[in-house]
Design a protein around this ligand. Sequence first.
Ligand SMILES: Cc1cc2nc3c(=O)[nH]c(=O)nc-3n(C[C@H](O)[C@H](O)[C@H](O)COP(=O)(O)OP(=O)(O)OC[C@H]3O[C@@H](n4cnc5c(N)ncnc54)[C@H](O)[C@@H]3O)c2cc1C
Length: 369
Amino acid sequence: MYDTIILGAGASGLFLGDLLKKNYLIIEHNTEIGKKIKVSGGGKCNITNKVLSPKNYDGDNKFIRKTFEKFNNKDLLNFLKRNNLKVFKKKKNQYFFESSEVLLNYFKKNVKNVLLNTQILGIEKNKILTSKGEFKAKNIVVATGGVSFKKLGASNIGYKIAENLGHNIKILKPALVGFTVQKQEEWFKKLSGISFLADIKVGEYSYKDNVLFSHRGITGPAILNASLRWNRGKIVIDFLAGKNMFYFLKNPNKQISTQLPLPKRFVKEFLDVLGVVDKKIKFLTKEEKEKLKLFNNYEFAPAGTFGFEKAEVTKGGVNTDEIDEFMRSKFSPNIFFIGEVLDVTGELGGYNFQWAFSSAFSAFLFLSR
Ligand SMILES: Cc1cc2nc3c(=O)[nH]c(=O)nc-3n(C[C@H](O)[C@H](O)[C@H](O)COP(=O)(O)OP(=O)(O)OC[C@H]3O[C@@H](n4cnc5c(N)ncnc54)[C@H](O)[C@@H]3O)c2cc1C
């Protein structure tokens, strides 16, 4: 009988194993640990962010705040420093490694008790049922993540375990993912590969970052963040990222497309969609000028998203009202849930690893008592 068995050798499970140091076992069905860590942040793993607040997350603010009171971005950076795991800051606030291998190698060296190639099938009281037989533990920590990126090992086992214990699962949705488009926005696909700075509004949230047109619709960091906040309905794109269209149209003798700080191919296509001919600014009619306002205010309703296979994270998950501040199930106090399996999902920028590590730390505080 183990003191603690951790289900899943991903970000949260590995960090908890490292903190516990002994009397634990991690069970993982992949052939290696931390497959998502390896590919994350374009192979450089965006581990955390200089700015951290519950506002960066979709989930219960109070629950998230309490978790960060125990272990926040500064604590994570101190942990990395103590262990000589060098990070650098990119885009002002995001912390990355030179390579994800820096973190992975640390875990490979320090987290020894991992049983690979073993599929978790479910739990019964303190017994874990796996493809390699049953394991018993005083405490079981579910760290099996969300359902996004199946090819990296994702499964729905964590949600199934939670449901069997009587937990509610907040509806699962792909998030940090691109949008597919309806007929009216088929023109996006013709612009595949074009990227520029824009401002996206979705409900009360606004994201200023790059958008990228793709053969499936629209993606890029601003869109990925918007997908976290989107629940059907319209989003609004300001293709000029906050600068008024008419600010650029001052010279009456110049063509519209030469005056806008946007890729020409995009401007031509969008003018076509608006039914405005690219001409000298002095020849624009009042009605055409009205149409041009849509450069600042283009509303569209996405058809859907690129789906779980392309989504960096799974929004929704185990209802945190039913989890205590040490990540313990309020229904089965020797079972813990940490990481993405919980109904806490961060924006782009290192927020999801931060959550994985902070929630693991909360469980550690209880397990190490
Ligand atoms: C392409 C990509 C890039 C990303 N980049 C970033 C980034 O730069 N910064 C950031 O903050 N976040 C990033 N994320 C999100 C981040 O990787 C996750 O939020 C984080 O890994 C969640 O940690 P976790 O421990 O909850 O789950 P995971 O890290 O997903 O770990 C779950 C583990 O459980 C195992 N498992 C699942 N089911 C079973 C089963 N039935 N039996 C046995 N084992 C099982 C899985 O194989 C996996 O090893 C990225 C995600 C993706 C897909």
